[in-house]
Design a protein around this ligand. Structure first.
Ligand SMILES: [Cu+2]
Length: 466
């Protein structure tokens, strides 16, 4: 088992003394922990408090707490952060404790929870605890339930985690800007009874969208719908870690949507049930099997399945534009356009000119295109059989017989048993049999048109010429 000390070392988590964090009330503040990397941190078992089965935050980590006379105390620091979206691209975001999204907060149903929120931004903020039952004054809506947290100030939120389930936190203060900049985090309240809805693996992440011009690093905050980067936990493929499970495991994946559009999240190879929302566990009789679940704006879904099919299974948003990275939206459709000769002519005028997309766009993943600094190819990722040609909201669920319980390490590519992979046909290809009546009168088949006869139809007539 990973000790807590190793865990923080691995995650690049650095604890700063409370005095560094805030001048106000330093003596009573719990230490704030900071993460410096975007790696997925395997969960440590809770060192104190009541037992629970920790979740794994995809490309993230869980916030340590301290127990203070039976109260679980956390310290969130709202601040500007630099988040690596994928190797090759960093973004200037706002987040919590060194990363965006902020760390996952894990508590147990019935826990008394106290959260210190220090504002290191240059504008006021607040934290809303999405989905929680709590006293109205703890709901975190600036102006409505509390005064805003001014820059440099620390506020304290305190309530009992009354309901087990899946939650998130985010500002309710200048939301358009603060959400566009990446301020959000996950919250899981574990059931009092660790056997209730028990799963072997429990993954969590938030859906994000950003609008970052290729070559720049700061999101455009006024964008309403036309985002160009779509991520799981502020990472985009191939920067998103894969999820590693043991064959036969009961697996839960909890996803929250804080983007500005819905995302139909699709998994290959297995059916799942939606077992929870941000409103609670779904009643068992209300469930039906799915392979895609649409997650609306502001919604959370917990899906569960038995991972009984070994392999490398795609797990992605089904909106195909969301499995691509930043591209100019002005790129015209070039499919079917014959560019032969054109590129050389243009190259005499514009040396770097490249022809894009005449056979489709998959070759975008392979072409050596001059990219501006700090941006990503539209589609990339190398699989065992070539380019995966994906970006954005895409990752892989790796199901393996050999994966040990509690082992979250990457098992590598799946070794497909001989004879179980799609193969290339090398025999002869006979002419396909054509149906000569296809199309009927309304749409005469090609064969008829090829006869070269002129079909004359009188205005009242319904008979074609035969
Ligand atoms: Cu999507």
């Amino acid at each position: 088992m990973v000790s807590r000390r190793d865990f923080f070392k691995e995650a690049g988590v650095v604890a700063l003394s409370a005095g560094v964090v805030s001048r106000a009330g330093a003596a009573s503040l719990p230490e704030a922990a900071f993460a410096s990397s975007a790696a997925t941190t395997p969960p440590p078992l809770p060192p104190n408090g009541r037992p629970f089965n920790p979740v794994v935050t995809l490309n993230g980590w869980s916030l340590p707490w301290r127990m203070n006379k039976g109260v679980k105390e956390f310290h969130l620091v709202a601040e500007p952060v630099v988040r690596e979206l994928a190797p090759g691209m960093k973004a200037n975001l706002w987040g919590y404790n060194g990363q965006s999204p902020g760390p996952t907060i894990e508590v147990v149903e019935g826990d008394r929870v106290r959260i210190f929120v220090t504002n290191r931004l240059n504008e006021a903020t607040s934290v809303h605890w999405h989905g929680q039952r709590l006293p109205n004054g703890m709901d975190g809506v600036s102006g409505l339930t509390q005064p805003p947290i001014a820059p440099g100030k620390t506020f304290v939120y305190e309530f009992e985690a009354r309901r087990a389930g899946t939650f998130m936190y985010h500002p309710h203060s200048d939301e358009m800007v603060q959400l566009a900049m990446g301020m959000m985090g996950f919250w899981v309240t574990h059931p009092k009874d660790p056997k209730f809805m028990r799963v072997d693996r429990d993954f969590v992440f938030l859906l994000n969208n950003f609008d970052i011009e290729p070559g720049s690093a700061t999101p455009k905050v006024n964008t309403m719908l036309d985002f160009n980067l779509f991520g799981f936990n502020s990472r985009v493929f191939p920067g998103i870690d894969s999820m590693h499970v043991r064959q036969g495991d009961r697996v839960r994946v909890r996803v929250g949507n804080l983007t500005m559009t819905n995302h139909p999240i699709h998994m290959h190879g297995h059916e799942f049930m939606v077992t929870g929302t941000d409103g609670g566990w779904t009643p068992p009789l209300s469930r039906w099997p799915e392979v895609t679940v649409d997650i609306g704006v502001g919604q959370m879904r917990a899906i569960e399945f038995d991972a009984n099919e070994p392999g490398d299974w795609s797990f992605h948003c089904h909106k195909s534009h969301h499995t691509m990275n930043a591209m100019g939206h002005q790129v015209p459709t070039m499919i079917g356009v014959d560019h032969r000769g054109i590129a050389e002519k243009i190259n005499q005028l514009v040396p770097d000119y490249m022809v894009m997309g005449e056979k489709g766009m998959a070759d975008m993943a392979e072409m050596e295109m001059p990219l501006p600094d700090n941006t990503l190819p539209m589609m990339s990722g190398q699989g065992p059989f070539g380019s995966v040609a994906m970006g954005g909201m895409f990752t892989i669920m790796k199901v393996r017989k050999e994966q040990k319980p509690g082992d979250y390490s990457n098992p590598g590519w799946y070794q497909q048993p001989p004879g179980t992979r799609a193969w290339e046909w090398t025999g002869s290809l006979p002419e396909p049999v054509k149906n000569h009546s296809a199309g009927g009168q309304a749409m005469p088949s090609e064969g008829k048109a090829m006869e070269g006869e002129l079909n004359v139809r009188k205005p009242s007539g319904h008979e074609g010429h035969h």
